[in-house]
Structures are given as structure tokens and as C-alpha cells.
Design a protein around this ligand. Structure first.
Ligand code: F6P
Length: 328
């Protein structure tokens, strides 16, 4: 076994939970054992570090969680951690418990917290865990696949009843300021139109024309997918009513997209990333984000990761344009 640069680490989950976070926590614990490192669970995100909400993990605490949604460590968005006072309390907790490194699982807010802590000399390795897939340095974030499949299952069900009643459905999908989830789900569901925040909306061109085209092709029900960051489903439904005379039904999928048992992709990616994060700490690396790029697991500087902006895959945007406004 290689000699580890750290003897004791902590793991936390922060921000919006995502299916697969538990698999990542389990992997962090097991990898730590493998490297001869003690592993503590930090509860309720960065708040746990401020409030010394820290407990030692053991084999039992991470058993049979690979298949469970949510996070056994709980999650939170900590305002206090954004203050110098909060950060100093967190550093004191690290000193108290002998925590020499942290694995932080979450989204960009979590990584901003990690950056703050790194100024005090505590190495942090970030693992991207968010259903939004909006972290620019990585092609994939844990939870995306499960959330997409959940949304797809719901939309397929909606389609049955929309088809029977020859209706138009407007479905609002999560994703915060990113259209990744909506774009992916829209392609998978054969949506009539998809609206994403990365593109300026022209209702006539992007929705009404597509419904008309589908209508001309003989179709009598329409599925419109909208990313929450692009517009509200209610607003889109109003525009459709004005432009076509249809009376659309609105569904906001909401937090249901964040729950459920993680898919194989999320379990395996989480496990790979969890192992890799601990390996980074064992090798003395600090302030990195674990990423997947072209199928490889790599690490990039946190600051660099936060500076990059993510755009939709050009091919996805192109594909979507070619696929919509034809049938349903
Ligand atoms: O970042 C994950 C996410 O689910 C976003 O898609 C969504 O905008 C947000 O979190 C919702 O946050 P909350 O759980 O605080 O309502």
C-alpha cells in the first residue's frame, strides 16, 4: 500500500441532493479504508463543519446505500459558510477532529465553499454531484442520468393521456440555469419543441411554428419541454394558447427528479469518482475537482473549473433542431 499524505479525511454532501451521492460516499469510505485513512462523515453540508456535526463512518454506515437515492449525510446550502466567521469555525472543527482533507460532493456552490476552505490550507477534492450537469469541467455529474430517466418516465406517461385527449402538454424540467437536462429529456421523449436557457426564445419560431408543422403532418397531440431556467411552463402555455388556440396542460416535474434509486451509470460513475477523489488526497493533491472527460476520470483545478462556462454540446443542439416540429 502506498504511504498516504493524509491520515484522516471527512466527506460531505452539499447543495441539491442527487441520486448517486450515497454511492459516492460509500466509495469514499471504502477507498479511504483501502489507503489506510480514517474517514469521518460531515453532516448537513458545510454547516456540519461549522457546527462540528461530524461522526466517524464505519462499514455498517455505508452498507447497502449504493442503491439508495438522497444522501445519508443530509445536505444543505450554507449561508454561514460564505462568511469569514463561518469558515474560521469550519477550520477549527477540522483541527479539533484532525481532519486533514475533505471530499465535497455537490455542485458549483459546493466547490465555491471548497475554494474558501482551501485558503486556510485544508485540501479539498470536489466530486460533481447535481442533476443539472452544469459543471463545465466535466462531461458528467452524478445524478443526471437518474433524473433524466425519471423525467422521461413521467413524460411517457403524460403522453398517453395527451394522445387520448389530443392535447398539448407543457412540461417544466429542472436544471437551474442550464438546459442540459431539458435538452436530453426532450431528445429522448421526441418532444415537439424544447426550450432551453442557452438560446433566446422566439415563441413564434421555437414553439408555435413547430406545433403548426406537427399539426400539418397530421399529429393531434404535442409535447413541449421547457427548462426551468428558460421560462415557466405556465408562461409557455399562455403563449401557446394565444398563438394556436390550443388549451395546454401544464406539469412541473419539480423535486421528483431528484429522488429515486440511482441508475447503473450514476452508481458506477459515483464509485469511480469517489475512489479517485481519495486517491488524490492520498497523493497529496489539493483543491481539485474530479471530472469525466471522454470517458476518463481526471482532476482539474477548482478555480479553473469554476471559471469555465458550459455550453450545450453543439451536436445536441443541432440534433434537437432537426428532430423537433415534425411529429408529436
Ligand atoms: O441544482 C439542483 C436543483 O434541483 C436545480 O435543478 C433546481 O433549480 C434547484 O436545485 C432547486 O433547489 P431547491 O431544492 O433548493 O428548491
Amino acid at each position: 500500500m502506498m504511504k498516504s499524505a493524509v491520515k484522516r479525511i471527512g466527506v460531505l454532501t452539499s447543495g441539491g441532493d442527487a441520486p448517486g451521492m450515497n454511492a459516492a460516499v460509500r466509495a469514499v469510505y471504502r477507498a479511504a479504508v483501502n489507503f489506510g485513512i480514517d474517514c469521518l462523515g460531515i453532516y448537513r453540508g458545510w454547516n456540519g463543519l461549522i457546527n462540528s456535526d461530524v461522526r466517524r463512518l464505519d462499514q455498517n454506515s455505508v452498507s447497502h446505500i449504493i442503491n439508495r437515492g438522497g444522501t445519508i449525510l443530509y445536505s444543505a446550502r450554507s449561508k454561514e459558510f460564505m462568511t469569514e466567521e463561518g469558515q474560521k469555525k469550519a477550520v477549527a472543527t477540522c483541527k479539533l477532529f484532525g481532519i486533514e482533507g475533505i471530499v465535497a460532493i455537490g455542485g458549483d456552490g459546493t466547490f465555491r465553499g471548497a475554494m474558501a476552505l482551501s485558503k486556510y490550507g485544508i485540501p479539498v477534492i470536489g466530486i460533481p454531484g447535481t442533476i443539472d450537469n452544469d459543471i463545465s469541467c466535466t462531461g458528467y455529474t452524478i445524478g443526471f442520468d437518474t433524473a433524466a430517466n425519471t423525467a422521461i418516465e413521467c413524460i411517457d406517461k403524460l403522453r398517453d393521456t395527451m394522445q387520448s385527449h389530443e392535447r398539448c402538454s407543457v412540461v417544466e424540467v429542472m436544471g437551474r440555469n442550464a438546459g442540459y437536462l431539458a435538452n436530453y429529456v426532450g431528445i429522448a421523449c421526441g418532444a415537439t419543441a424544447v426550450l432551453v436557457p442557452e438560446e433566446t426564445i422566439d415563441y413564434e419560431r421555437d414553439v408555435i411554428e413547430k406545433i403548426r408543422a406537427a399539426r400539418l403532418n397530421g399529429f393531434t397531440h404535442y409535447m413541449i419541454v421547457v427548462a426551468e431556467g428558460a421560462a415557466s411552463a405556465m408562461e409557455v402555455a399562455e403563449k401557446i394558447k394565444e398563438g394556436t388556440g390550443l388549451d395546454p396542460r401544464v406539469t412541473v416535474l419539480g423535486h421528483i427528479q431528484r429522488g429515486g434509486s440511482p441508475t447503473a451509470r450514476d452508481r458506477v460513475t459515483a464509485t469511480r469518482m469517489g475512489y479517485y477523489a481519495v486517491k488524490c488526497l492520498a497523493e497529496g493533491k489539493a483543491n481539485r475537482v474530479v471530472c469525466v472527460q471522454s470517458g476518463d476520470v481526471i482532476d482539474v483545478d477548482i478555480q479553473e473549473a469554476l471559471n469555465m462556462t458550459k455550453t450545450l454540446y453543439p451536436l445536441d443542439a443541432e440534433t434537437l433542431h432537426a428532430m423537433t416540429g415534425i411529429d408529436s
